[in-house]
Design a protein around this ligand. Structure first.
Ligand code: BMA
Length: 356
């Protein structure tokens, strides 16, 4: 009897693990292979958030892009953000129409590029933005059994519907590196370190991934992206949702100067070690220097920090139009002081752009 019980338990445990394993689509697999291959060749892809939508002095002009106007190629990675999709809005939190975003994602993928999507999702309890950390019960309230669970499933559905619309004419689902709940080792978003417990964070992540998986969204490659600074392995892994729920180990890092290079090198080295242990590619899922005041940031800061470390891609943040947000740029535009340095970065054999 006891033996039978053990066998039943073993089968149940096996069934449970089986159920948890995510498989990704062949196209998503190809992206993973390409990332690994680049890192193996001591190369990485360069990306920028919102690059086709606007730049320092323009908005919504088909074919334009600050980076392309500086070096001749668009970035290899296009970053987009879903913030405000949860409200049913037709534009995201930075004013990008979701229709325009969908088209740009298809064009970018068809041109051989890689797509990543983050989600500055609003606070479902206070109805304020993602940065509202005033209530530390929010994560618990969206989990199963919580007061805002049903509402939150509606928000996940809106994001899933957008993801489902990312298909080609022949029905191929465009692979997307999905990066929700980012920078959670900091405490500036409602899912941050001081706002929820590790268990709550992990449940939020798993609920999100399971929801997408159950809708058949096997084109999502999940990227985990703690924030730079004060990271030990323990802090990095404290809220890790598990190997079945994460495909890329990331790091978000903003800064400048020798100390930034040193700390970033140390933390990237640690992430690289974890990547090897967990058999996951690693990436600088967001990085940059706000305002790009250092004209040699690309070759002297970020290339130096990542030298010899097998990052697969890096994504700098958006170049907001100057009249909307002065000094909110992360890549050069024609005439900017860092143009020459950026061209050196572009020509460096380690960097891969859309042309590559
Ligand atoms: C931030 C800034 C904000 C923006 C947000 C989401 O870092 O760029 O202006 O709304 O990202 O893109």
């Amino acid at each position: 009897m006891k033996q039978l019980a053990l066998i039943v338990l073993a089968i149940a445990a096996f069934a449970c693990t089986e159920k948890q394993v995510r498989t990704i689509s062949p196209e998503a697999d190809t992206v993973m292979d390409r990332l690994q291959q680049a890192a193996g060749d001591n190369q990485f892809f360069f990306g920028q958030e919102d690059y086709p939508f606007y730049g320092y002095s323009w908005e919504y002009e088909e074919g334009r892009g600050d980076v392309k106007e500086v070096c001749g190629s668009h970035p290899a990675v296009l970053g987009c953000d879903l913030g405000h999709i949860e409200l049913g809005d037709d534009k995201n939190l930075d004013g990008v129409p979701f229709d325009v975003m969908r088209r740009a994602i298809k064009d970018h993928y068809m041109a051989g590029g890689i797509v990543t999507i983050s989600w500055h999702i609003r606070n479902p309890v206070t109805a304020s933005n993602a940065w509202d950390t005033s209530d530390n019960t929010v994560v618990a309230s969206v989990l199963e059994g919580g007061s805002h669970h049903e509402m939150f499933l509606g928000w996940l559905e809106k994001a899933a519907l957008f993801m489902e619309s990312l298909i080609l004419e022949d029905g191929t689902k465009i692979p997307v590196i999905f990066r929700p709940w980012h920078e959670h080792t900091g405490s500036w978003f409602w899912w941050g370190r001081k706002i929820c417990s590790p268990e709550e964070y992990v449940s939020l992540w798993k609920m999100t991934v399971d929801y997408m998986k159950n809708r058949g969204l096997d084109n999502l490659i999940m990227a985990y992206s703690p924030n730079y600074g004060g990271l030990t392995e323990q802090v990095y892994m404290e809220r890790y949702p598990g190997d079945d729920y994460v495909d890329i180990l990331g790091l978000d890092a903003y800064g400048d100067g020798p100390e930034f290079v040193e700390v970033l090198r140390n933390e990237l080295t640690m992430v690289s070690r974890l990547g090897k242990q967990h058999n996951k590619p690693i990436a600088l899922t967001e990085c940059g220097m706000g305002g790009l005041g250092n004209p040699q940031w690309f070759t002297q800061i970020i290339l130096k920090a990542a030298e010899g470390i097998p990052i697969t891609y890096l994504l700098v943040w958006r170049n907001a139009p100057e009249y909307k947000m002065p000094d909110h740029i992360f890549a050069p535009y024609p005439g900017h002081a860092s143009v020459d340095d950026f061209i050196d970065f572009y020509q460096d054999p380690r960097t891969l752009f859309l042309n590559d």
